[in-house]
Design a protein around this ligand. Sequence first.
Ligand SMILES: C[S@@+](CC[C@H](N)C(=O)[O-])C[C@H]1O[C@@H](n2cnc3c(N)ncnc32)[C@H](O)[C@@H]1O
Length: 296
Amino acid sequence: MLVCPGCRTRTEAGLELRTLEPDGDERLACACGKTYDIVRGVPIVTPHPPSLETLDADRHHLAIYLDAHWGDRAEPPPDGPAPTLAVAPFLERIAALPPVADAVELGCSTGRVLAALARRADHAVGVELNAAALAYAHTLLAGGDVPFERKRLGAHFTPAIAHGERTPNVSLVCGDALDPPLVPHAFDRVVALNLIDSVPAPRTLLSVLDGLCAPGGELVLASPYAWSADITPDPAPLDGPDPAAQLRAVLTAGDGLDGRYDLLDDTDLRWTLRRDARSAVTYEVHYVRARKRGGT
Ligand SMILES: C[S@@+](CC[C@H](N)C(=O)[O-])C[C@H]1O[C@@H](n2cnc3c(N)ncnc32)[C@H](O)[C@@H]1O
């Protein structure tokens, strides 16, 4: 169920939300009068929708994430120093998680981790701001193929094709992870991999992730804390020399959150993205899984 991001009002009774209803096949509407287009099968539920002309503009950047998520299902397989599948360490951990009813992933990119989450959930929702990445995810999670241009070297690209994996129990929405059009406290598993250092306000993101998580539910977070001043001018509360320790402290104390969390997993994982046939970038990513206290 999607809610209108412009229509959240806090009253004495709590938070009032308006749900979005289909208005024909190609858009959703809110009782407030706002409408949201469905583009290439994906609802665009953000107050600042991307221009449809620019949807394919960052195709070459997205090729990195097509390989990172679908490289083991791509032809030809990616060459160069990176492993065939960058997200493999995350997929292994997620495959071992207990099943839940409702999962959500913020910043799901081209959707491979979402497919793994959906296998451990009745239903999984993917939220992503990049509409082109989501359009690819939509095709791949319907079991389709996505042709793309993979960087070889310099200005040279070679054609490749990623084969998807049919995953019927997912929904995708183009929206802002800092203001997702989702019902609060509705998810048993809330996931954000490599997103914390991609947003301007990590404090807001942590509070949103916590707000989506049901009592007794869990957060699954990963980040290399590779701050860049352009994207995250203020990394607080993770702004010290050891952000992993700061994140543990925020979660276990429930600092600025609805409640406290108990750590279930806390480790470093290696994440290597292919850049071209001769280069890759490797991050040591802090991976945490934590359960929110409360619930049954
Ligand atoms: C570093 S990539 C990681 C992608 C994926 N989670 C993974 O680990 O492979 C960060 C992703 O978050 C998305 N993103 C950045 N800011 C966002 C926001 N405010 N709301 C939703 N998605 C966002 C980007 O478009 C990108 O797909």
